[in-house]
Design a protein. Structure first.
Length: 134
């Protein structure tokens, strides 16, 4: 996990006495971070899409719209995390790592804005959700 990778990095950095040891600690941290991120992306991708609402539910279009916004958000963030994992794995300088992290933050921010816009476009929820349409 990211927490254990960070803890291992902090410990290695605290005990490092040479520049080479600090660089090795950072390289190990980057590798562990990329592995943890790849595991997260795999788990999110494996979850699949949410189930459809039951037939006759009067909020079907609204619920489907929410699910579509959430699926699109999840796809966008998963793509951003995948690109980040690839970029961080190939980064050799702190500027490249910084650029990769900033690109991830921008992509996630854009995904949040797109999801918010999609949810706002749905309008008000149905008056009596859960009741069957007669």
């Amino acid at each position: 996990s990211v927490e254990s990778a960070r803890s291992a990095y902090d410990t290695a950095r605290a005990t490092a006495t040479t520049k080479a040891e600090r660089q090795t600690a950072l390289a190990n941290f980057d590798a562990a971070l990329a592995a943890a991120l790849n595991a997260r992306v795999t788990a999110i991708t494996g979850a699949g899409d949410p189930p459809a609402p039951p037939a006759g539910y009067n909020g079907t279009a609204y619920v489907t719209g929410i699910q579509a916004a959430n699926v699109a958000f999840r796809a966008s963030t998963t793509a951003a995390q995948t690109a980040f994992a690839q970029a961080i794995a190939s980064a050799t300088t702190s500027a490249q790592r910084w650029t990769a992290r900033l690109t991830l933050e921008i992509a996630v921010g854009n995904a949040i804005v797109a999801r918010s816009r999609a949810l706002l476009a749905l309008g008000a929820p149905p008056a009596h959700p859960g009741h069957t349409v007669s």
